[in-house]
Design a protein around this ligand. Structure first.
Ligand code: F0G
Length: 481
């Protein structure tokens, strides 16, 4: 919920109270310097103890509700026919309106199963925009991803409310050019992650689905961030103001042949699932679950997490909960914008995205400006974000580097986890860094993995630029935090 203060400011209001907290640590500047060096300038490789606000991701890091926590105590650990799974099925049926549920250990496991069943060598998956793990699985099965995001989706600063929309003319052209029989499926990603957590509209989803139906092509929706996309439809799309989040979610799910989701985001637990109303699709995928995931009533998940997803799915349709992340993000994005920091606009649904191409335009793309900026942000805030730029792109099979459309640093805002003063602190220090941006330079590889290199790759700073950055920072703030 948002409230208007007497001075006109609008702030997000937490519609919960905090019952359990975890102490966090703001390391000294010297400790931060050695931590980022030891981590190969890769924020994925920092230890949690060395991180003050962990904004790496909103995946599996959200604050669960008391009802979710208590449900975990009554989970049924039966290997087969677990009662916990029956509760999950019931939640999916009630909330998403989908009959058949296939559990998997997390979102990428769903992507693996879907790619294994539907992607053939030489086939195409058309999507509004790729996600790293999705693309990796499709490519591993010999498929190619075609991204048909609307023009506004590639612009970091925009006022377009639905930047996650697919371009419909490009969709028709791509189907005609490549042949409908070569298209494995069309995938729409809710609250499109890599372009800054940007939603698609219901109108666009319906149009995509209509075109797919006319050509007889299967449609898939990545629902990892479904409640946020529904929240944006309710608050931004004409005609949906008076509809409930649950009705909007059901209307979304009804447009596609199958959905899959990571349970680590909107449902604030950990795990994943695929759901469909098609018995044919269900029967095609189900036999692979015991091979790769576990029995069909747990799919590699702990039954405790299954319980937590079952409850989280019912809770995510509460408007205050669906908006809990988005409203904090809006506050953070607006604050950074006021301070002159280039950010992705409009505010999205999983974090604040800083535009590194505008923040550090002096760093060439192949020296990884977004990674360098993420490392610099760690140094001045003790907090970590994630690079979402050219380092997150893997090389082509010929070993060529691929520049990303965008060079972003994502500062994820896990739901119900941080406070406004913590966001104020981040905004202040990042604004300082922006004023001193010339001190940040590029990175070069020390150890580059062959696939999904951003996760565990190690780099070094060109000419050790972090020393001058720390010295300038210390001159202003002391060795304070
Ligand atoms: N799809 C989307 C849209 C995602 O954001 C993610 C994960 C996945 C699929 C894969 O799910 O992690 O459960 O295997 N996003 C995380 C992130 C990794 O940090 O944004 P998973």
């Amino acid at each position: 919920m948002e409230v208007k203060l007497s001075d006109g400011r609008i702030i997000p209001m937490e519609m919960h109270k905090i019952k359990i907290v975890q102490q966090t640590n703001l390391a000294s500047l010297e400790d931060r310097k050695s931590a980022i060096r030891n981590a190969g300038f890769n924020t994925f490789l920092l230890r949690s103890h060395d991180v003050f606000l962990d904004m790496l991701t909103d995946s599996g890091t959200n604050a669960m509700s008391d009802n979710q926590q208590s449900s975990m105590l009554v989970s049924d650990d039966a290997y087969a026919g677990s009662e916990s799974f029956s509760k999950l099925e019931k939640s999916v049926q009630d909330i998403l309106g989908l009959q058949y549920v296939i559990p998997a250990h997390q979102g990428r496991a769903c992507e693996h199963l879907l790619s294994r069943v539907f992607v053939k060598p030489g086939s195409f998956v058309i999507t509004n925009y790729h996600f790293t793990t999705t693309k990796a699985h499709i490519n591993l099965y010999g498929g190619e991803v075609l991204e048909l995001i609307s023009e506004a989706g590639r612009e970091t600063a925009s006022t377009v409310q639905f930047k996650g929309n697919m371009d419909l003319d490009m969709l028709r052209d791509a189907i005609e050019k490549n042949g409908k029989e070569n298209i494995a499926f069309i995938r729409m990603e809710a609250t499109t992650n890599l372009i800054g957590g940007q939603p698609f509209s219901m109108e666009n989803l319906k149009a995509v689905s209509e075109i797919a139906k006319n050509f007889g092509i299967m449609t898939v929706m990545d629902c990892s961030l479904i409640s946020e996309n529904a929240y944006f439809i309710k608050t931004r799309e004409a005609g949906f103001e008076d509809k409930s989040i649950k009705d909007i979610i059901q209307e979304m799910a009804a447009q596609v042949d199958l959905i899959y989701m990571s349970g680590r985001k909107s449902t604030m637990a950990r795990g994943g699932l695929i759901a469909t109303n098609s018995p044919k699709i269900y029967r095609e995928i189900l036999p692979l679950v015991p091979v790769y995931e576990g029995f069909i009533t747990y799919g590699g998940m702990s039954t405790k997490e299954i319980e937590a997803i079952a409850v989280g799915m019912r809770e995510m349709v509460d408007l205050d909960i669906a908006g809990s992340g988005a409203e904090f993000i809006k506050f953070f994005v607006n604050r950074l914008e006021e301070l002159g920091v280039p950010v992705v606009t409009p505010p999205g649904g999983l974090g604040c995205h800083i535009d590194a191409s505008r923040f550090v335009p002096h760093i060439p793309w192949n020296e990884y400006p977004a990674s360098a900026l993420a490392a610099a942000i760690y140094l001045v805030t003790g907090s970590r974000g994630m690079e979402r730029g050219s380092l997150s792109m893997d090389r082509t099979p010929d070993g060529e580097e691929v520049p990303s459309d965008m060079e972003l640093v994502r500062l994820a805002v896990p739901r119900r986890t941080f406070t406004l003063s913590q966001l104020e602190f981040m905004a202040d220090r990042i604004a300082w860094l922006h004023k001193n941006r010339e001190l940040i330079q590029g990175l070069r590889w020390v150890d580059e993995p062959p696939v999904l290199r951003f996760f565990i790759g190690r780099l070094d700073s060109i000419d050790g630029w972090e020393d001058a950055l720390i010295n300038t920072f210390t001159a202003e703030f002391g060795d304070s935090r």
